[in-house]
Each structure stands twice: as C-alpha cells, then as structure tokens.
Write a protein that binds this ligand. Structure first.
Ligand SMILES: [Fe+2]
Length: 392
C-alpha cells in the first residue's frame, strides 16, 4: 500500500460504538453486557421478519438468563415512518424500560438509536431532526445487526420517513452512538442471497464513497480501503453459500468498518442519485445504490485518480505498469465484476425504469445536491442527466 500524506491542520473525527463484540455466538454476551450497563428491563426493537426468523428469541434468552426483564417491539417498518418510531418510544417510556436494544437491519437499528434517546426527550422524533438537536442523552443503547450492510451500529445518524410530505429526514447526534454493538455472524446466516447482495453493495458504496470523499480522514481512508478489499473478497461467497460462517463473519466486519468510515468521512453522489430510485420505484436502499455505483464512479474518476487506483488494487486488480487513468478505470471494471458475481445489473431498464422517466430522475437527483458537496467531482444538472443516461 502507498504511503498517504495527510493534512495536519485538518480536523479529523473518529466515531464508533463505545464497545464492539465480534464472534460467532457473541450474542450470548447481550445479557451480561446489558447488566454491566445497569439495566433491569430491556426493550428489543425489531421487525416482524427478524421475529419470524427466531432471532429475537436468541436475544431474549441471553437477556433473561442474566435475570433481566425483557419486552419486544416488533413493529418497525422499512424506511421507518415517524409515526411508528413515536409509537415505539411511547411503549418504551410507559413500560419503564432502562435499556434499548436494536436488532435487525438499518431500520430497526436506526429506530432503536432514537427511541433510547426519546426516553429522556419529550415529544415526537420530528422535533429532533437536524444536527445535534437532542438536548439530553437517553438510556443506554445496544445494537445487534442481522444484515451486513448499513453499518448503522457505527454511526451518529438515523433516517426516518416524514409521512406528512413523504420525505426522508435525518437526525444527527453523538447520542445515537451505541454503548455496545454485538456482531454475531450466526445471526446473518439466514439472510437470502438477493438481500445479501443488496446489503453487501450498500456497504461497498459506503466504503468507496467515503474513500474518495473530499471529507476523507486518515481514519476513514484506512478503514474504507480495508473494507473494500474484504467485500470484494468475501461478498461473492456470502452470496453463493450463505450458510458459510467465514464469509458472513468477514462481511459483518467489513460493513461495520464501512459504517465507521462513513461516519467520519461522509457519503457522496451515489447516495444522492440513488435516493430517487428508492422513493419513486420502491427499490431497496442497497439495490438503488448498487445500480448507480459504477456510473457515478466512471464520472468521478478524474476527481481522484490515485484513490480510484487504490480501490482497483484493493479489489484485486493488477495495476502494475498502468497509467494513473488506466489504473483508476480498473476500479469500475472491478465493481462490474463483483456485481455480476452477485447477479446484480447496473442497468435501470432491468428494473422497469423507463427512459421516459429521465426528467423525473434528474429532478429527484438534483433535489439531493447536498450530497454532491463531498463528492470528488462537481456535478451540474447536465452531468446528472448524463450519469442517469449512462445507466440505461
Ligand atoms: Fe447506504
């Protein structure tokens, strides 16, 4: 790996869970860890799918064995609406719970992050949208991901849907970082191949966007490059042979590293241009990001040839003897190869998006222009149109 020269006068922040446990069977530590945090009554925040897979029972067993009272709220919905979060918070407040444990994908973890804090802050989650709007820290918080993708357990953000105008809103606060995260790859063994692919690509997008971001830090550089290498190496096998523990373990770790990287380094135009695919065509978050990834990368190359060459190398491409541009361009090829290995197309027409929808896509993409700021190359409306066009 090349030596990188950092800027000593630029402020870098490193964010992560206060404590992270990683191992097959680590979920057995949920009870002892909750006890160490002083808990007596724990609420598990999750969704119906996780409940059905029996994963909430595994967590409940560990908590009960430690002598803790346990309740379960399993009503979390994808892109959680404020209404559901408020309802969950009401159950939490009234039930006298003193620890919130999020179990599931990004929606359940994000919900638990804010619910633990709504215990100490009155009213609706909508009152705390924005930067550092939570005046008080709530109860202790534990997070247990059951997919390898969002890295939500390592970030200080949560995303919700405001149904009044059907937009996404974001809460940023240091209080959203958990006291304990438990990464147990056994909990991810039953994730179906298509979800493994979507969530794995989401983690890859986090790592790549952060790596080339103008807000990259020494921490995000180190973590994201390692995560990219691990995802390229292990995602195909996690997809092909979901019951194998080793690729699941590596993907869970890679998603966590990516989360920690983007928590300090920030995202970019892939997330910006993917957003409208989620709202207009109801595509899963990871899927919409995967589709846009190679197209945005191809556009971005000139913004940071060296970093893109590093990504190509991390993904196993041989860049010796190549010009900087050739080496950087190989990163796009590597992403296409990985997507092919997990059966994901980067063509919008393969997902029923019509060419006639181009103006709608451009409008939706431009509405997320705040995510263009950390992008390594500036985007005009014409650029946005060209990127979407290349995705047809
Ligand atoms: Fe994402």
């Amino acid at each position: 790996m090349k030596t990188t020269f950092y800027e000593p006068d630029k402020l870098s922040t490193f964010l992560a869970s206060k404590k992270t446990l990683l191992a097959k069977g680590a979920i057995a530590q949920a009870g002892p860890e909750a006890k160490k945090l002083g808990a007596k009554k724990v609420m598990v925040v999750t969704d119906a799918g996780v409940m059905k897979a029996g994963l909430a029972d595994t967590v409940r067993d560990s908590l009960s064995a430690a002598g803790l009272e346990v309740g379960v709220f399993d009503g979390i919905l994808p892109e959680p609406p404020a209404r559901v979060i408020d309802q969950c918070a009401e159950v939490f407040r009234k039930g006298g719970y003193d620890l919130c444990l999020g179990l599931g994908g990004g929606s359940s973890l994000d919900s638990a992050k804010i619910v633990s804090n709504l215990a100490a802050n009155p009213g609706s989650v909508l009152e705390y949208v924005g930067m550092d709007m939570l005046p008080k820290k709530g109860t202790p918080l534990m997070l247990v991901p059951t997919t390898a993708g969002t890295g939500s357990e390592a970030t200080r953000v949560m995303v919700l849907t405001d149904e009044s105008d059907n937009t996404k809103k974001v809460v940023f606060s240091d209080y959203l970082l958990p006291d304990v995260s438990i990464l147990d790859p056994e909990l991810t063994l039953s994730v179906p191949p298509s979800v493994t692919a979507d969530t794995g690509l989401d983690a890859l997008v986090h790592a790549i966007e952060t790596h080339v971001s103008v807000n990259a830090t020494p921490y995000s550089d180190i973590l994201s490059l390692q995560a990219i290498a691990m995802i390229a190496r292990h995602l195909p096998q996690a997809y092909a042979k979901g019951g194998n523990l080793l690729p699941r373990y590596n993907m869970l770790l890679a998603a966590n590293l990516s989360g920690s990287a983007f928590a300090s380094g920030g995202l970019g135009a892939v997330h910006g241009l993917a957003y409208v695919l989620g709202t207009e065509y109801h595509m899963a978050h990871g899927r919409s990001n995967a589709i846009m990834l190679p197209h945005v990368m191809a556009f971005n190359l000139s913004g940071n040839l060296e970093k893109f060459a590093g990504i190509a190398e991390a993904m196993g491409e041989d860049i010796t003897g190549l010009s900087p541009y050739e080496a950087a361009a190989l990163s796009v090829e590597a992403v296409y190869s990985l997507m092919e290995a997990v059966n994901l197309s980067a063509r919008l027409t393969d997902y029923g998006v019509s060419r006639d929808d181009l103006p709608k896509l451009v409008k939706g993409g431009m509405a997320q222009a705040r995510l263009f700021v950390p992008n390594p190359r500036d985007l005009t409306e014409a650029d946005v149109e060209q990127i979407y066009s290349s995705a047809f």
